[in-house]
Design a binder for this molecule. Sequence first.
Ligand SMILES: Nc1ncnc2c1ncn2[C@@H]1O[C@H](COP(=O)(O)OP(=O)(O)O)[C@@H](O)[C@H]1O
Ligand code: SF4
Ligand SMILES: [Mg+2]
Length: 339
Amino acid sequence: MSAGVAPLLEVEALKVHYVVRGEGWLIRERHVLRAVDDVSFHIDPGETLGLVGESGCGKSTTGRSILHLERPTSGSVRFQGTLLNNLSEEELRPLRRRMQIVFQDPFASLDPRMTIGQIIAEPLSVHHLYEGKARKDRIAELLTMVELSPDFIQRYPHEFSGGQRQRIGIARALAVEPSFIVLDEPVSALDVSIQAQILALLSGLQTRLNLSYLFIAHDLAVVGQMSDRVAVMYLGKIVEIAERDTLYQRPHHPYTQALFSAVPVPDPKLAQQRKRMVLPGEVPSPIRPPSGCRFHPRCPLAQQVCRTDEPALRVVGPNHRVACHFAEESAKRFEPTFA
Ligand SMILES: Nc1ncnc2c1ncn2[C@@H]1O[C@H](COP(=O)(O)OP(=O)(O)O)[C@@H](O)[C@H]1O
Ligand code: SF4
Ligand SMILES: [Mg+2]
């Protein structure tokens, strides 16, 4: 946390557990699925925190639960100093205006039966903002902000490309003047050339409107372009969190290092030099997470202690915390090849 700046968002010991049914003949059984399991972080005004990890690690659930789109099982979320946990839906409404979300899939997230104007107007209606003629002007202004023509107001989502639809999703999120936006894999479904344009748009809007972002992605390359700090998530937990440059130059956690080796390197010579650290197996089920360190079945450095003792998220350097018993040893063996 930078000195003197009160964080915009403070998340403390957040847990989201789901009760799920067993499969097949175990359908009568109930299990607890630990989608988010004791996660803490903060986001400063105007800052982007990247949240990265493989699919199923709990990134989207973290995003939704901090916005209270679903209630956390336990833990606290403070937004601009206000504790959200005990607020009723009614009491949450004015705060919802300040916290918005953009989803991954620009095809599924826009109602095909509504015009672009109606889609962007929806949050304005909910919050009773910009009534009558002012609303039309506001929609035109928002379309311009996301670099689309205001003439699109009467058109339908199917008339637009993926990139354009994502711009519409961003305009909808911006309509109510938020100060914080969860960007849940906003470019994962788009072609690489389009990704760059959307990321540039999001960066420009951030500066102009002093927005804070939680930027979720499964790819460290994309997160690195957007984030001031980065949190790496594995099976419901943050395993490493640091300033972007620190994390990219000296990742300590073996899982973070493995994510780096999955990032494609454009230079073929460099790609050949790089020792790929292949992650064996899949992400285990969050219903029965491995004992001790949850990463131990896949970790090349795992020792006996890793199977029994869960590593705490501990400080290894300025603004840098890692949950690994052997973080220092692990950091030493990492060969940076990712520019
Ligand atoms: N509503 C739900 N009910 C039961 N399990 C869920 C629900 N939402 C997500 N999960 C499970 O929680 C885990 C984390 O999911 P998610 O947050 O979507 O991960 P990510 O966004 O990192 O891919 C997954 O195992 C997923 O199947
Ligand atoms: S605690 Fe052990 S198993 Fe977990 S990441 Fe560190 S070395 Fe690997
Ligand atoms: Mg997700």
